[in-house]
Write a protein that binds this ligand. Sequence first.
Ligand SMILES: Nc1ncnc2c1ncn2[C@@H]1O[C@H](COP(=O)(O)OP(=O)(O)O)[C@@H](O)[C@H]1O
Ligand SMILES: [Mg+2]
Length: 283
Amino acid sequence: MTTSTLVAPLAQGMPVAPARATSSAATGFSVSCRDVTVRFFTDRRSVTALQDLSLDIRDGEFLTLLGPSGCGKSTFLRVVADLIAPTAGSLQVLGVTPEAARIRRDIGFVFQDAALLPWRTALQNVELPLEVAKGRADTTRAARATPRELLELVGLKGSENAYPHELSGGMRQRVAIARALVSDPRVLLMDEPFGALDEITRDRLNEELLRVWRELGMTVLFVTHSIYEAAFLGQRVLMLAANPGRVQEIVPTDLPADRGLDIRETPRFVQLTAHLRQVLETC
Ligand SMILES: Nc1ncnc2c1ncn2[C@@H]1O[C@H](COP(=O)(O)OP(=O)(O)O)[C@@H](O)[C@H]1O
Ligand SMILES: [Mg+2]
């Protein structure tokens, strides 16, 4: 695999249809939660992973989640994805319950580990959700891009037939992103997707993820430990405090939409990251 494949910029002018009209147009929010509390009960004790979380996330917004380990970031994403139900409070995704949104395949998920099937090529891994969904009633929505086009979109043109072990960690995450996009989700959940990658690869993927988001227009909820990643990617940074997990502060980043990594040199970015660091120390 050549390095040039790894750093390939996103194809311009991809045959991708414009963003759909949204059923949540009435509210303008893709995720709305009110007083969401999640408590886990184990043998000896209960843990309040999230306490009274109330938040509206705009349709098409890029929101980053930042906070100390154990503050409930993954729990929040899992509630949105309908992997766990809140103990109390209510949550709507695209104007319906998380379950209804999941069944409509409106939600895509990318984890820290790409979790690709080793015996399938990159293209076959991206095709997998379509095969799984085949024949189900919820597959009627026309996809905006084919698996091949999505691999091109994430900079993997030419690597369609490579197997996971032939790909670098960054390339495997690109495949995982293409796979999450194959059902054309309106909400993309990303839980520290670049956390295990080296800094240079992470920087490139950050820039390219922004381009994919600008092109497709979905809502992104992106969990990270990195102040710089949170500030660079997010339109707002949701800062959570731990024990119990709760909103500490929501920080608008106010950076230009078509930013590149050089924005990190600007006074605004330096000021922003200093503020995030200061808040994080109190979480
Ligand atoms: N399935 C579970 N059972 C019991 N406790 C859990 C479970 N999942 C998460 N927790 C606890 O909930 C809290 C929040 O966890 P998590 O959402 O994974 O935090 P983060 O992703 O911010 O590191 C932690 O105290 C964690 O130990
Ligand atoms: Mg986590």
